[in-house]
Structure formats: C-alpha cells, structure tokens
Design a protein around this ligand. Structure first.
Ligand code: GLY
Ligand code: MN
Length: 464
C-alpha cells in the first residue's frame, strides 16, 4: 500500500472530474473454487485498490462528488473470524490508513444507495465483471442484468481511465519491480530449456518465482511449442530439438502491479536458419517500435510501422509479395500477426480492460479500426508521458487461418500460399517488452532487458 496521501489525492482528483453524483466502488469477495470455503486466490478489484488501497474481501466504498463525503463499507471481524483468521485491525483503522474518515457496516450499503436513489442524485458505477457484483447492482439499483454493463457511468469510466493511465512515480517503482520479477521468471526458464523437459515443469518454476517475489503471475502463463496458438495454456508437450517455445508471462507485485514479457526460444538451444530469419524480422519490428515510442505519436502509427517491418521481411523471404504499403493497407500481414502491437499495463496486465477496451485505447475522436488484425489493437491512441505499454510483435503460422484465406482467395495478391505449406509446423514467434513513455521518448521497465538477439539467446542457452 502507498501512503494515505496517494489515495486521498486520487479520490479528490476523481471527484473533481466527475463533478456530481455518488460514485460506487465495489470491492471483490472470495469465490469458491470447488466448494464455498476452498476459494480461488483473492484478487481485489483494481479500481478499488487504486482509490481505496485496501486489499481484502467484502468491502465497498462511495465518494459523493458534490459533498466530498467518502464512506467505506465493511465489517469488523467477529470472534469466529478471529479464531480462523487471527486478530484483524478495526475497520476504522484500516480506513484511516487510506485517509477515509467514515466507516459503516457492509449491510448498510443497500440502505445508503436506496437513499441516494430516492434523492435526485445519480449513482455512478463501473462495469462489473463478477456475477456477485452484478447481482448486488441489480438489487441495489434495480437495473436488469442485460442492462447493467450499458448502465455503467461513462463519466466515471473516463475519469478513472484518465487518472489510472498516467502512472505516478510510486507506481512506476512498482512496475520496475514487477518487471524485475518477470525477468527472473523468464531468465530462469531460458536457462532450463532443453530437449526432454516438459513444458509444465517450466510453468511451475516460473509461477513459483512469481509467488516467491510477489502475489502471482499477472495472467495464466502462456508457454508452448505450439506458439501459433496465441494464448496457449496447455503445457503437456516434451521439448524437442528443432522446435520453438513461446513463453509469455509476467508477475504481479505484492501491490498488484504487472509485468508482461514474451520471449521465443529454440527448444534445442540453436535456431534453425529458417527460424532465425523469421525471428530477426520480429525482433527488428520490436526494436523499431520501441525506438518510435514518444509522447504525441499514436500507438496505431507505431503498430503500423511494426507490421510494415513484418510485411517487408516476409516479402524479402518470399512468403509475401507485392508492394509493402499496399499489403499493409489491405491487412495482408495480419495472416501472420492477427493481434495488436500491445496494450496498456498497470494494476491489470491489460490495464482497465474491465472498463471497456475502447475507453482505454481509443477516444471519441480516435475510433478503433474494424479491419482484421488492426481491430485487435487494444491501445491505438496518442501516447502521453506516464503511459505504460507493451510492445509485442509476432509472426505465426496458423494452418487453419492460412487454409481459410487460401480457399477464400483472401489477399492472394500479397500472399504466396504455396510457399506457406512448408511452414505448417513452424509454430510462432512473439517478442514482448514493457515500456514507460517518458517526457521525451520512452524507457524499458526493469533493470535489465531479457536477452533478445539470436546471438544472446543462443549464448545464454549454450550451457543448458
Ligand atoms: N501477454 C499476453 C497478452 O498480452 O495478452
Ligand atoms: Mn501482453
């Protein structure tokens, strides 16, 4: 937790932006995994954490933007709780840690909201993503379930995004820390990769490092020799010489800030010449994107420059053809990179995605594209100092997608489909780094960059 002034200032800034009405923040609760008291690891709601700092279940809070009143709703523990969980600070002490003066029992939230509703004041809430919160909103505000998402307050969403997306100094320290844990996870795996190891062994070690140094991985670890499946969570394969291993993983610190890195390693320690060619195209795109990142440029421009490198590289080796700019304009490169260049990151690995991707990555004047590939770019808008973004170009050979485009004739003037048949077992390559936009340009998060050149990766793996 940060100092109480951090939370007091954030709430004051939010109230100024939203101007009127009561903002409701619903904290998360424990959720039963297979029976009620065997729960998933608790994860607080990120906006609740950002404004109220308290990392425990069964809390809610309100900010009255007109009067400035702030109330935390939660219960003091009973003797039964103390027997099972040990002594806990009083709610008033917890509230004081984050500068909130008024505390009420959780059960009085409903009555409080009913009173606000019966006055002419608006109740602002953020889009809920958990069913128990949807049920609570339905009960308190009388909004039908299908209308709950639409009924979320756009004023509150925009205000929250505008604050959370510009990282404060204390947050950047945390994100450097998250990056350093992510580095340890990847570097350890890089030193273990060799034929005969099962993917799952690496996942376990990496997850252990994240838990030893923070709370957990920032998302379920993606680790697979079938890297052409973008988010592959099956980890049963035995590493085999000649194949590529995509590892996409990051850590969440104790205060829940995320990192997110991807490296692609040769399972046998040496890239084949064909793998090296594709790898070099992707690493060139990654480096070019990082070189371009600065305030004022849109991330869509950076994305388009990166995919241009991809398309040009694929033209050079004969997998694509034609004019590179026409190919990119047509979206032909998206056969090989159907996703976006990156996303914002902070308390969530895809920061604030629960609030709506378009509120985070786009604006009223900067609308998301609809073209295949480009439409998957989560962050497109202009970059500002304090933004944290990922840079994650990739190149994948997805047999089902290639076959579909081939049979439809999609972009056949830019793709050499016949040559692609030899790549159906190639897998995929993705290379991801985490970047802070600074006043003049950008810098990588973390103390050290994970090895990324072909030479450095092979050198690191040479003793495996
Ligand atoms: N690194 C996983 C993702 O960004 O979706
Ligand atoms: Mn990512």
């Amino acid at each position: 937790m940060f100092s109480k002034e951090v939370y007091v200032n954030r709430r004051a800034n939010l109230a100024k932006k939203v101007k009127s009405g009561v903002m409701l923040f619903m904290g998360n609760s424990d959720i039963g995994m297979n029976y009620p008291s065997n729960t998933y690891r608790f994860r607080q709601d990120s906006s609740f954490l950002y404004f109220f700092g308290l990392d425990e279940p069964d809390l809610a809070a309100v900010i009255d933007a007109d009067s400035g009143e702030e109330i935390l709703f939660g219960n003091d523990v009973s003797i039964d709780d103390i027997i099972w969980m040990g002594p806990q600070p009083a709610m008033t002490d917890k509230a004081a840690q984050v500068g909130v003066k008024k505390v009420l029992p959780y059960s009085s939230l409903e009555e409080y909201i009913a009173k606000i509703k019966s006055s002419s004041k608006k109740v602002h809430y953020l889009p809920p993503y958990r069913d128990n919160i949807k049920i609570a909103i339905n009960k308190m505000l009388g909004i039908d379930f299908p209308a709950i998402k639409e009924g979320a307050s756009q004023d509150m969403i925009r205000a929250v995004v505008s604050l959370r997306e510009i990282k404060e100094r204390c947050e950047i320290e945390e994100m450097d820390n998250a990056a350093n844990i992510g580095y340890m996870m990847h570097y350890t795996a890089m030193k273990m990769v060799k034929p005969g190891i099962v993917e799952q062994e690496l996942v376990g070690i990496m997850e252990g490092i994240s838990i030893s140094n923070g709370t957990m991985p920032s998302f379920p670890i993606i680790l697979s020799q079938n890297g052409e499946t973008l988010h592959n969570h099956s980890h049963h394969q035995i590493l085999t010489d000649g194949r590529l291993l995509v590892i996409d993983a990051g850590a969440e610190t104790n205060s829940h800030y995320a990192s997110d890195f991807t490296r692609t390693l040769p399972s046998g320690g040496k890239f084949t010449s064909r793998q090296r060619d594709i790898y070099t195209i992707v690493s060139t795109a990654n480096n070019l994107a990082i070189d371009m990142i600065r305030p004022g440029i849109t991330y869509r421009e950076v994305h388009l420059a990166a995919v241009r490198v991809l398309a040009q590289g694929l033209i050079n080796i004969g997998l694509m053809k034609g004019d590179v700019d026409e190919a990119v304009a047509a979206g032909a490169h998206a056969l090989f990179m159907p996703h976006g260049l990156g996303h914002q990151m902070g308390l969530d690995v895809h920061d604030m995605e629960d609030l709506g991707e378009n509120f985070v990555g786009y604006s009223d004047n900067f609308i998301r594209a609809t073209q295949f590939g480009l439409r998957s770019l989560r962050m497109g808008k202009e970059l500002k100092p304090g933004h944290v973004i990922t840079v994650e170009p990739g190149c994948y050979f997805i047999p089902a997608l290639i076959e579909k485009w081939k049979s439809e004739g999609t972009n056949s003037n830019f793709i050499n489909f016949d040559k692609l048949e030899g790549y159906y077992n190639f897998g995929g390559i993705r290379l991801e780094d985490d970047v802070l936009v600074t006043e003049k340009g950008c810098r990588l998060l973390g103390s050290k960059r994970l090895p990324i050149t072909v030479e450095d990766v092979e050198l690191e793996m040479s003793g495996n």
